[in-house]
Design a protein around this ligand. Structure first.
Ligand code: ADP
Ligand code: ZN
Length: 436
């Protein structure tokens, strides 16, 4: 088979062998979890006191869920399953939705994480011949060191640029002829908008691929990045509780994210009833680590919403695919009683050619009603045109948004560069309504 692959033995493993491996690893994970005070209590309450109590993959259902609040309550040491001297690193989440959570790693954990990232990178066709510029933050955030280790293992020339300083990023890309970058989609859009003011055009760059992730983004945003730079952009999904990047990634075919099933057991459940979802039915992603020593996690409720995709990928890998992440269960906005996901708004905006690279969603209370304002940057040349063109665009956007989300927004058009930019995860929603 002529597809780029890092670890053929695991990536093309037969389903039966893969499930046998999952069961062995699930038992080991339960054994490891029972070493932590948190899980001894939690599993004990469910009558699970020995790893041998798990006799089939179906027994996973008898294990209680673990939530983000559990992780917060166990902070800082309650989930550590090894002696502190065996742990060689810790990472925390970025704390987008509250107090961060901590994950420890042994040397083997880091080594295995690195292997997963190397698989992801290779699956996109990137290789030791590439120059890789990592534009995500190096530090507690996992996107920096996670991708860095994987890229070094693949043998790429790595530029550990970290996040921010757009002017320096562009100079590095030009001087070292960077071929692959890793960044949040919002930052890449911002970087594109900054090329002109840096006096650099695409011809002077050698960019071919981008790995984009860490925040929800629509298919339209991916296409926009691909068209603006003339490159291929691959979706990368991960979360610090599951190491970070390397959980699921797109291959060269870009048809959904292969989830490494030898490392993670995935369930998709209805976030309200916790009933398992059918294939292709969207629900909350629940993940169990299968390889981790220092911080094993059982049935971790990620709050991310997506679904299993059916069918097989043309690349031939047996590891099933997740659809693009739709958002977080706690991302959903209720506007005058209507459920709205920010990704639905983004979809409409990015489909509209006149719309630029940045936008902001604002909700406030007007009397007893909610008022939704969508502020979007548009390309500078439109501002030189006549007022009628702008008015037409505003109306067109308002109408397209109304039919997509069933709420009529106020649309504001802004000049490029006038809305706030974030160097890491974009903050697209400003909810000014009182909390009760
Ligand atoms: P935090 O939960 O504080 O943001 P992380 O840095 O661990 O901490 O971020 C992980 C989260 O980022 C995921 O749970 C998910 O919500 C989001 N995320 C990561 N990758 C993607 C992606 N490719 N598409 C959509 N959302 C993503
Ligand atoms: Zn594939």
């Amino acid at each position: 088979m002529n597809v780029p692959v890092w670890n053929p033995a695991v990536e093309f493993m037969e389903r039966e062998a893969l499930e046998r491996l999952q069961l062995v690893q699930l038992r080991k994970t339960v054994e490891q979890a029972l070493k932590t005070p948190f899980y001894r209590r939690r599993l004990g309450e469910a009558g699970l006191t020995r790893p041998e109590d798990i006799t089939s993959l179906r027994d996973l259902r008898s294990i209680p869920y673990t939530t983000k609040d559990d992780l917060r309550a166990a902070y800082p040491h309650g989930l550590l399953a090894v002696d502190l001297e065996q742990a060689i690193r810790l990472h925390t989440s970025s704390g987008t939705t509250g107090t961060p959570t901590v994950i420890y790693h042994t040397r083997r954990d880091i080594d295995h994480w690195t292997e997963l990232v190397a698989r992801c990178i290779t699956a996109t066709g990137a290789s030791a011949r590439d120059v890789f510029q990592n534009m995500t933050n190096y530090g507690l955030f996992t996107g920096g060191l996670g991708l860095h280790y994987g890229a070094e293992r693949v043998g790429m020339l790595v530029i550990p640029a970290s996040s921010g300083n757009t002017s320096r990023q562009i100079q590095l890309m030009k001087n070292f002829q960077t071929t692959v970058v890793h960044a949040t989609p919002s930052y890449l859009l911002h970087l594109h908008a900054s090329l002109a003011s840096e006096g650099v055009d695409l011809e002077q760059l050698a960019l071919r691929k981008a790995f984009i992730g860490a925040e929800p983004h629509s298919e339209q945003t991916r296409r926009k990045i691909e068209e603006l730079f003339g490159i291929a952009a691959y979706n990368s999904y991960g979360l610090s509780e599951m190491n970070g990047p390397g959980v699921a990634f797109e291959c060269v075919h870009q048809t959904g994210l292969h989830l490494w099933e030898d490392a993670y057991l995935l369930e998709v459940v209805d976030p309200r009833t916790l009933r398992p979802c059918a294939e292709e039915e969207t629900g909350e992603i629940v993940l169990t680590t299968l390889q981790r020593q220092a911080t094993p996690l059982l049935r971790y409720r990620t709050r991310d919403l997506s679904c299993w995709m059916g069918g097989h990928c043309p690349c031939g890998r047996g590891h099933r695919r997740l659809a693009r992440i739709k958002g977080r269960s706690d991302d959903m906005l209720i506007i005058n009683g209507v459920n709205v996901f920010p990704s639905q708004i983004e979809d409409v905006l990015m489909k509209t050619p006149e719309v630029g690279t940045n936008y902001l969603i604002q909700i406030e209370k007007r009397g007893s009603l909610d008022r939704l304002t969508v502020k979007t940057e548009i390309y500078a040349k439109l501002f030189t045109g006549d007022a009628r063109t702008l008015e037409d665009l505003r109306e067109r956007l308002g109408e397209a948004l109304r039919s997509a989300i069933l709420v009529k927004p106020v649309v504001e058009l802004h000049e490029p560069g006038s809305l706030p930019v974030s160097e890491g995860k974009a903050k697209r929603v400003v909810d000014l309504r009182p909390a009760f």
